[in-house]
Design a protein around this ligand. Sequence first.
Ligand SMILES: *[C@@H]1O[C@H](CO)[C@@H](O)[C@H](O)[C@H]1NC(C)=O
Ligand SMILES: *[C@@H]1O[C@H](CO)[C@@H](O)[C@H](O)[C@H]1NC(C)=O
Length: 279
Amino acid sequence: MESRGIWFCSSAIDLLFVFVHLNHSSQRSCIACDISVLNSNTSTRNPKPSDPISKMKSVLGLVAALSLGASQVSGHYIFQQLGVGSTKFSVFEHIRKNTNYNSPVTSLTSNDLRCNAGGESGANTVTVDVKAGDAFSFKTDTAVYHQGPISLYMSKAPGAASDYDGSGDWFKIYDWGPTFSGGQATWAMRSDYSYNIPKCIKDGEYLLRIQSLAIHNPGGVPQFYVSCAQVNVTGGGNATPGPTVKIPGAFKATDPGYTANIYNNFKSYTVPGPAPFSC
Ligand SMILES: *[C@@H]1O[C@H](CO)[C@@H](O)[C@H](O)[C@H]1NC(C)=O
Ligand SMILES: *[C@@H]1O[C@H](CO)[C@@H](O)[C@H](O)[C@H]1NC(C)=O
């Protein structure tokens, strides 16, 4: 028995969301299309189909696209592939496989914020050796298309990373925030995010976490797209990284970087979470 419904929700003036709910083998997919990023990967407001007729045309186009094969389409995006140096590993080889397709986590109090739904166990994930200072990358299935910051966090496992649920201390190592130029904000929206393991952290096994906080829909609930890789750091130092936070707990509904309206008088931005640690 399959039931299918389509809802249209219009949010900020120039955003249209199409949610396709498929009750099919108890699977559920969600498609969110942000019209503003169909044309551009910035948050500028220029080429917008803001009149009702253009909006309707856009919606009809989406519906046509969806009806071609709604069951094959999966919405959103997931960080599914780790790279270390020039090596790209298999999808979900060193990243914990989630159970929510490529949907976001939206609860600020859920343990799913750590490593995504289904990511509390690392039993089926292989921990990979990395050298302190090594470059690594997270690759998505579909390029990130929701505006918002991308952040990288680490948390040292008390023992094996594969046994660690992420309930300990997390420190941030990097943020991709917006850049402002000529009154316009540009976000780092792409399919590959690279950075380096801090040189000075202690050897041992860690969860390495990436987070895309999607704030493209002001007034709606921001979405967290997260994945954790399991890494075994060698050749590191003796630093105690900080400041640290717990997840959940690190992000609050009152954080200016969570409540920001990126379409209205948007001139500065503070990425949620602690200051990044570097060495
Ligand atoms: C849009 O994304 C492409 C590919 O990542 C990049 O080369 C380009 O500079 C971006 N455009 C803007 C305006 O940021
Ligand atoms: C982590 O690296 C150390 C040092 O090379 C090694 O002894 C240990 O077996 C590694 N652990 C895993 C899970 O690969």
